[in-house]
Design a protein around this ligand. Structure first.
Ligand code: SF4
Length: 321
């Protein structure tokens, strides 16, 4: 993906398409789970996005809506063979509440199916559009939570690093409503960008706002670099006019600019990472907040390999197997 494709001001196009499956296993850093991505591509144009690979050159410009998502979900759940169903992450490679959701409502429909089968789930979003579904998540608040990715409270920086996202203020306004409704909320400060969003003031500002509105859980992680992410990060560092930033990145990520076709992610050096994560830990302790995510109950399936929904109804999908 080239740089101009990322930093366009125009809105992406929407395209409906049929998909082959919707519920996928993931295994990251020793953690396993399931994920649903109702869309391919993302409106939010985050420069640091890990989901932008060369096989998705239109990632920011064309949003593919998987219009058969709910049919697939019914089929996959009804033919489930294992005796547990792990909590489902919505979504791992897109924002499930980006503007396309207003047109297609695929996320809403998938959540309704998960609730119908009493499957735990958690939603990742940077969007205030999730407010539309507050009542939906509220009725399942004993076994779901929402993770809000907030990288900065500084609007000038936000417009450069993730130009398609709504302002933090409007997102926090919605988070407050979710907290008041009893839905567990997590603030995910991820990625923390060296020299851009890693200052004590930046991180404390997010924690203070979160604490004031009743958020209990916070998570966070430092940026990982890949060659295409580095090209966008260079553009961001130049736009923000941060002195000696390229040298600093070379030092803490241990590479020489340019990174050529490196497919793995580079982690920041230990000393830097420990100092930032320790700071986050202390600041959370001071505010009596917790690091990490709430626990969800794993769905256990007894004897039969055929999983029934709450109403135990026969649906059209039963005849399609
Ligand atoms: S919201 Fe997530 S998926 Fe979308 S561009 Fe930003 S980082 Fe990528």
């Amino acid at each position: 993906m080239n740089l101009s494709s990322w930093y366009k001001k125009s809105a992406p196009l929407f395209t409906a398409k049929e998909s082959k499956s919707i519920l996928h296993d993931f295994f990251v850093y020793g953690k396993e789970g399931l994920t649903i991505n109702p869309y391919n591509g993302c409106h939010h144009r985050c420069g640091y996005c890990y989901a932008t690979y060369e096989w998705s050159p239109e990632f920011y410009d064309r949003i593919y809506a998987k219009i058969n998502a709910t049919d697939l979900l019914y089929k996959q759940i009804r033919s489930w063979k294992k005796n547990i169903i792990n909590p489902v992450m919505i979504a791992s490679a897109t924002d499930a509440y980006q503007p396309a959701e207003l047109k297609y409502s695929l996320t809403r429909k998938c959540v309704e199916v998960l609730q119908e089968f009493e499957i735990p789930y958690y939603v990742f979003t940077k969007s205030s559009l999730i407010e539309r579904d507050l009542e939906l998540h509220k009725r399942y608040s004993n076994n779901c939570f929402v993770v809000w990715s907030i990288t900065t409270n500084n609007e000038k920086i936000k417009r450069v690093i993730e130009p398609g996202t709504p302002p933090s203020k409007s997102v926090f306004r919605v988070i407050e409503k979710f907290c008041k409704s009893g839905i567990k909320c997590v603030i995910n400060i991820d990625p923390i960008l060296p020299l851009i969003t890693d200052s004590a003031e930046d991180i404390s500002s997010i924690l203070d706002t979160a604490n004031d509105i009743g958020v209990e859980y916070v998570s966070g992680a430092i940026l990982r670099l890949r060659y295409d992410i580095w090209e966008r990060m260079k553009y961001i560092l130049q736009t923000l006019k941060i002195d000696n930033s390229i040298k600093f990145y070379e030092k803490i990520f241990k590479f020489k600019d340019p990174i050529i076709n490196l497919k793995i992610n580079l982690n920041a050096e230990r000393e830097y990472s420990v100092s930032i994560m320790k700071f986050l830990e202390w600041e959370l302790e001071k505010r009596c907040m917790k690091f990490g995510y709430p626990k969800l109950n794993i769905k256990k399936i007894s004897s039969s390999s055929f999983i029934k929904n709450k109403k135990n109804m026969v649906s059209l999908v039963d005849f399609m197997k």
